[in-house]
Design a binder for this molecule. Structure first.
Ligand code: PDD
Length: 277
């Protein structure tokens, strides 16, 4: 596969990354994952815009324009012949001897990107997944899509060890989001999800779902709910770039609603599928 690093498109095996990259030492960088459907980037502008916002929030500059990053992503799709898959893109604060404070202003950020083939996860989209609840031990800037993912990694591992596909974070008695997804509950026809704040990543798929609800006359309340309230929901689902809209059929061993993907979730899935390339 051909990857992008610092202005060049190179074969993966020929790429050398410095051991002094601050991404390795500190997770000092930001990233995005952009879905590719039928050889076309999906919601690329929104993702690239969020990359710039994440970078700005950690006082990093991205050495390309939004359009240049989109062109890089398009080139990766083309040269790697991606039909269904995704682009991973990251920017680190660059290469410098290890000290915590920012390196010299002249230090160039390191931009890397690659493309992978990745089919839509139809099995879990159709059948749903099981989840567990875990403590949200992450920092208080979950709105930044940063490379610091240890809290997310530990949560996802705990879920896998429990035979589940995702961990649902709870902070101060409130469901925030998943380890790599946003969470939605449906009660009496109303869709609930944590408001966009510093405690969650405002997912691009989350935003698409909010729009689809509006277009389909489904009431949404961006309001918090507790784990107990989550267990009492009629339906539950999670969203992400790669998971799309995946029904959550079980939380901590307890079936949600009928224990099967619910009607509003299915309606949103159909609406989602209609608007992808
Ligand atoms: N993760 N919340 C967290 C913590 C995430 O890591 C993600 C995405 C989301 C959903 O965001 P979006 O709809 O923009 O993909 C929410 C990506 C896919 C990842 O880390 O691989």
């Amino acid at each position: 596969m051909i990857h992008f690093i610092d202005g060049q498109f190179l074969a993966k095996d020929s790429i050398n990354v410095s051991i002094d990259d601050r991404g390795y030492y500190f997770g000092d960088g930001v990233y995005e994952v952009v879905k590719v459907y039928d050889g076309e980037l999906y919601t690329a502008e929104e993702h690239i815009e969020r990359l710039f916002q994440s970078a700005s929030k950690v006082k990093m500059t991205v050495p390309y324009s939004e359009q240049q990053l989109i062109d890089i992503a398009k080139e990766l799709v083309k040269v790697n012949g991606i039909v269904t898959g995704h682009i991973y893109m990251q920017v680190t604060r660059g290469v410098a001897a290890r000290v915590h404070q920012f390196p010299n202003p002249g230090t160039a950020p390191v931009v890397t990107a690659y493309a992978v083939h990745n089919p839509r996860p139809m099995k879990t989209i159709e059948n749903g997944v099981r989840t567990i609840i875990v403590d949200d031990i992450r920092w208080l800037r979950c709105d930044i899509k940063s490379l610091n993912l240890l809290g997310n990694v530990l949560a996802k591992q705990e879920a896998y060890e429990a035979g589940c596909a995702e961990a649902i974070f709870v902070r101060d008695g409130i469901v925030t989001e998943g380890s790599s997804s946003n969470m939605f509950g449906i009660k009496d026809g109303v869709v609930y999800t944590h408001p966009a704040s510093n405690l969650i990543l405002n997912g691009i798929t989350r935003r698409v779902v909010l729009k689809l609800c509006e277009q389909n006359g489904i009431t949404v309340k961006e309001e918090t709910f507790s784990p107990d309230e989550a267990l009492e929901m009629d339906e539950f689902f999670m969203t992400s770039t790669t998971a799309e809209i995946t029904p959550v059929i079980m939380i901590d061993g307890k079936a949600i609603g009928s224990g099967e993907p619910g009607p509003i979730t299915k309606k949103l899935q159909e609406a989602f599928t209609r608007q992808i390339p």
